[in-house]
Design a protein around this ligand. Structure first.
Ligand code: H2U
Ligand code: ZN
Length: 341
């Protein structure tokens, strides 16, 4: 029997944040690199688009007019998935289970500039977005158990407009992914007495194998358990569980690392890199708020070029997530790119 080699032999890794496993099949990544290039999506174009629903001064589909905003700007989604005053369903059937779902949805324009996505925004402009996230998160937490801050970027990820924007869905229930992470982080602290993501950060910094970017307040890694080819986990190094708890210094450092991460992404395949990004923060009614560490997930679909994406089908859909490229190789490729600081 030959000795186990993580770069060659199929193995499984566990995501300690949600308990799920991923199958890593690294030998498959050794098949020849085709260097395939498709039609890359380039950012840019005019700073103002008179037909855009999100540009300053324009009319939205719901009939409201956007103000002449200067920094980040948040408004109530004209087509919210959740509403605060929905009646509760009545169902006692154990087969057809349902429960009430109430909440609210907001849209955040990242900047008045239609043409710039995060990697092209200035650091003060990204800081304005971070402050907007924090203010929205604090205000919505007054009324709702969970505040989900996220961004769909690029048409490939279902983003509906090139104008840089994200969303917030606040709910009176704790959604599945957050509930899983709440359970697993609480269980880790109960068993080991430490904060799970603090342990992860310490180890990742020590080995460096999966580190993409780091500063005094943040660490960006392709996590040990990454499912998407170039997935990134952005971990707060301060002991904070929520966005609004971030001190000024951590917010400035966050602007810096967000820009660096997204610049690396754009540089990887020479395209405006699509992803879905979401923050995870301690929900109301958490099993153990002290076990939480604020973090963001970047789940990008691209695998080999600006157009060749990873499909979560077949084995991934019916059995378990699977990847060919190891997280270590993905991190090394992202790290090796030349970007402007
Ligand atoms: P996505 O690009 O991630 O779909 O986000 C855009 C959101 O903006 C979407 O939820 C809302 C859509 O409902 N929207 C408005 O609320 N008003 C508009 O005029 C356009 C889009
Ligand atoms: Zn616009």
């Amino acid at each position: 029997m030959t000795q186990f080699d993580p770069d060659d032999h199929p193995h499984r890794r566990q995501n300690l944040l949600n308990g799920k496993w991923v199958l890593v099949s690294p030998h498959r990544a050794k098949r020849p690199w085709q260097g395939e290039t498709g039609e890359a999506v380039q950012a840019g174009g005019p700073a103002y688009d008179p037909t855009c629903y999100l540009c300053p001064g324009n009319l939205r589909t719901g009939g409201d007019r956007n103000p002449d905003y200067a920094g980040a700007f948040a408004f109530d989604n004209d087509f919210p998935a959740l509403m605060p005053d929905t009646p509760a369903p009545q169902s006692a059937d154990p087969v057809f289970r349902m429960e009430a779902a109430r909440g609210t949805a907001r849209v955040i324009c990242y900047s008045p500039d239609h043409s710039r996505t995060m990697p092209q925004m200035s650091l003060p402009a990204i800081r304005s977005l971070i402050d907007c996230w924090a203010d929205e998160s604090a205000a919505l937490a007054q009324s709702f158990a969970n505040v989900a801050v996220f961004e769909n970027k690029g048409a490939m990820m279902g983003c509906s407009s090139p104008h840089p924007h994200g969303q917030i869905w606040a709910s009176d229930f704790v959604p599945t992914e957050v509930a899983d992470e709440d359970r697993e982080q609480a269980a880790w602290r109960a068993a080991r007495g430490s904060v799970l993501l603090d342990e992860v950060a310490t180890r990742e910094l020590a080995t460096g194998d999966r580190v993409v970017e780091a500063n005094d307040h943040w660490l960006a890694v392709v996590p040990w358990w990454a499912v998407w080819p170039f997935e990134i986990l952005l971990i707060a190094r301060d002991d904070v569980g929520r966005i609004e708890a971030l001190p000024d210094t951590a917010r400035d450092a966050l602007a810096q690392i967000l820009r660096a991460i997204t610049r690396r992404y754009d540089a990887l395949f020479g395209t405006s890199f699509p992803y879905s990004m979401g923050w995870h923060q301690c929900p109301g009614g958490s099993a153990d708020p002290a076990a939480w560490r604020l973090h963001a997930h970047f789940n990008p679909p691209l695998l080999r070029s600006a157009t060749v994406r990873k499909f979560m089908v077949g084995f991934e859909m019916f059995a378990e997530s699977q990847r060919d490229l190891t997280p270590e190789t993905a991190a090394a490729r992202l790290r090796a790119l030349e970007i402007e600081a």
